[in-house]
Each structure stands twice: as structure tokens, then as C-alpha cells.
Design a binder for this molecule. Structure first.
Ligand code: NAD
Length: 129
């Protein structure tokens, strides 16, 4: 069956999990992948193999700060939050704001344009303040 061509947003796409999803979704040259990441714990090194791919767009941006994307997004995946306790406790307020305000921005974007949202929620709300 022929795959439908989609624009897919991955928040935290330059992180450990996100970069694997970018790789998977770019396979077959069907979908466009838009990765938004502030590179706080992720790195350009993680996504450098995709940077010359015309189907890959990287936006260095913090999801707690307002942003807009012109494409019609079909799916949104959210992995934008530090995973390691050392990292997420460095700036607990920002971790909290990322989890709450960042996720809310993505939810609003999903309501506006996406057909599907995979909100990867984490248990980082607990014990960080
Ligand atoms: N790695 C695991 O085994 C594992 C297991 C269960 C759950 N998780 C959850 O999955 C998510 C991702 O985990 P990971 O291991 O890929 O972590 P990671 O730290 O490698 O990746 C997180 C990515 O999000 C980016 N990011 C953080 N805050 C951001 C912000 N405000 N705006 C934009 N980008 C931001 C970072 O730069 C990084 O690239 C986390 O929520 C984590 O709790 C991870």
C-alpha cells in the first residue's frame, strides 16, 4: 500500500529518542520531518546525518516560547524534555515550564492543524521543585 505523504513535527527531535524517530520517519523519502529542539540536552551531532535531506527541517527553538509552523502538520510527537535526573534538576522551573507550557503549545497546534498527536508525557513533574 502506498504511504501518504505527511508533514510531521517532532519536538525534542535532536535528543536520544527523538533522533531515532526522525530517522524512522525519513525512511522511504515519503514524509517531511520538522524537528524543533533547543539543543539543551540534545545535539546537532545526533541529527547531522539528516541536515542535507530536503525532507528534514531543523528549527533551533525552545517550545516554551511562542512559535508557528506554516506547514499543515499531520502528526506531532513530543519528546522535548530532559530525561536524565541530572539534566532535568539543573533548572527545575524550566523543566516544569517545558512540560506544561511547551506541551500546551503543542496541544494548541494540534487542535489547529494536526490530525494526530502523540504526546509523550513523562513523570518529570514529580519531585523537581
Ligand atoms: N531515554 C529513555 O530511556 C526514556 C524512557 C522513558 C521516558 N523517556 C522520556 O522521553 C523523553 C525524551 O527522552 P530522551 O532520552 O530522548 O531525552 P533527551 O534529553 O535526550 O532528549 C530531550 C530533547 O528535548 C530537547 N528539549 C528539552 N527541553 C526543550 C525545550 N524546552 N524546547 C525544545 N527542546 C527541548 C533537548 O535538547 C533534547 O534534544 C523525556 O520526556 C523522557 O522523560 C525517556
Amino acid at each position: 500500500m502506498k504511504q501518504q505523504n505527511k508533514s510531521i513535527l517532532i519536538a525534542g527531535g535532536a535528543g536520544f529518542i527523538g533522533r531515532h524517530l526522525c530517522a524512522k520517519l525519513l525512511q522511504g523519502n515519503v514524509h517531511k520531518v520538522i524537528c524543533i529542539d533547543n539543543l539543551s540536552t540534545g545535539s546537532i551531532e545526533n541529527i547531522k546525518e539528516f541536515l542535507n535531506n530536503p525532507r528534514f527541517v531543523f528549527l533551533e527553538h525552545d517550545i516554551t516560547i511562542r512559535f508557528d509552523i506554516e506547514d499543515d502538520i499531520s502528526e506531532i510527537y513530543n519528546f522535548a524534555c530532559p530525561a536524565s535526573p541530572i539534566q532535568y534538576q539543573k533548572d527545575p522551573i524550566h523543566t516544569f515550564v517545558t512540560s506544561v507550557i511547551g506541551s500546551l503549545r503543542l496541544l494548541k497546534m494540534a487542535r489547529k492543524k494536526a490530525q494526530e498527536l502523540c504526546l509523550h508525557l513523562q513523570v518529570r513533574y514529580m519531585g523537581i521543585l
